[in-house]
Design a protein around this ligand. Structure first.
Ligand SMILES: [Zn+2]
Length: 243
């Protein structure tokens, strides 16, 4: 990633030409210690005793309340990367996320892929999303994760100017496909359930196959149990000890 900030492009979840962010890890071996730290932080590597649980694409009144109840039952707090356009339609649910102990973060105003660089638009949309989250949820978000994990120099710069730190993920459950099941999501995640991991799941199917969120929801108990059996804490990004 050295020197590539100007044209950094990381394709992520659901992108046809996906480059898994986990690929950052071997690449980081060739970097200076300072840049390696930046890359690991960008990917979401945190404390060796902690696993960060994150959800993208909500809040969605059809699905997010089920996640809130399941997370309560598991006594786990998570980070929700919100879409401003979704929150605008369900502001009360955004407030409820915070009231029930979870962290809210920025996923963007909508789920567009930035095919054409437009730094002015990026900054405007991020500011709008931060404003909407702050007003609806009562807290100012700290983290940013662009849709599909696609980062451009304009998005990175806009995030910094908006006071956001960009965090992607180290492991995903491929929970967005029509064929995903709780078992498939757990099986996909299992090799990635290590200390320091940041897990990506979705609490809404607004950009996924209809009903796909049920696979992520159903996988949660096994994911949490797996981590706890290995002495790992599961929680939000604010507890993740990102360098
Ligand atoms: Zn997304």
């Amino acid at each position: 990633m050295a020197g590539a900030a100007g044209r950094l492009l990381l394709a992520g979840a659901a992108a046809a030409t996906a480059v898994e962010v986990a690929h950052l890890a071997p690449a980081a071996g060739r970097l200076t210690p300072a840049r390696r730290t930046v890359c690991r932080g960008l990917a979401g590597y945190g404390s060796a005793t902690h696993v960060a649980l994150t959800f993208d694409d909500g809040p969605d009144p059809r699905s997010t309340p089920h996640f809130l109840d399941e997370l309560d039952a598991l006594e786990v707090r998570a980070t929700f990367f919100l879409l401003g356009s979704m929150l605008e339609r369900a502001p009360v649910l955004g407030r409820e996320l915070v009231e029930r102990g979870h962290e809210v973060a920025v996923h963007g105003w909508d789920h567009r892929r930035p095919w054409w660089p437009d730094p002015a638009r990026d900054l405007t949309e991020l500011r709008r999303t931060v404003g909407t989250i702050t007003e609806a949820c009562g807290v100012r978000p700290r983290w940013y994760r662009p849709p599909y994990g696609v980062l451009t120099s304009g998005l990175l710069r806009s995030a910094r100017r908006t006071g956001l730190r960009t965090v992607l993920w180290t492991g995903w459950g491929r929970d967005w496909t029509a064929h995903a099941t709780p078992a498939s999501v757990y099986a996909t995640l299992r090799p990635q359930l290590r200390g320091g991991a940041t897990l990506l799941l979705h609490d809404s199917d607004c950009t996924s196959a209809h009903g796909a969120w049920r696979s992520a929801l159903g996988a949660l108990p096994r994911v949490v149990e797996h981590c706890r059996e290995r002495g790992l804490w599961v929680g939000s990004l604010r507890e993740h000890g990102l360098a």
